[in-house]
Write a protein that binds this ligand. Structure first.
Ligand SMILES: [Zn+2]
Length: 80
């Protein structure tokens, strides 16, 4: 049976290594001018008084400065 702690550490290390979601060049124009800008979304929940309270969700996203290509990790990928 695999050591769960070892698996967890490997997973964390992999995540840290994919600052650009694993992309080294733009798949569309092959530029290396990639930008690592997180996409900030908001999650809304009802507060105590019934008002909507927003909490930020930060989604890793990489964009190409040359052609505008972008790729973000969807929420279901984060939960994977
Ligand atoms: Zn590009």
């Amino acid at each position: 049976m695999p050591d769960l702690i070892t698996l967890l550490k490997a997973r964390v290390k992999n995540d840290a290594d994919t600052d650009y979601l694993g992309y080294k060049v733009c798949p569309k124009c092959e530029s290396t001018d990639l930008n690592n800008n997180p996409f900030v979304d908001a999650d809304y929940e009802a507060g105590d008084g019934g008002e909507l309270v927003a909490s930020p969700i930060i989604i890793p996203m990489v964009t190409c400065e040359s052609c505008g290509w972008s790729k973000r990790i969807d929420e279901h990928d984060l939960l994977d």
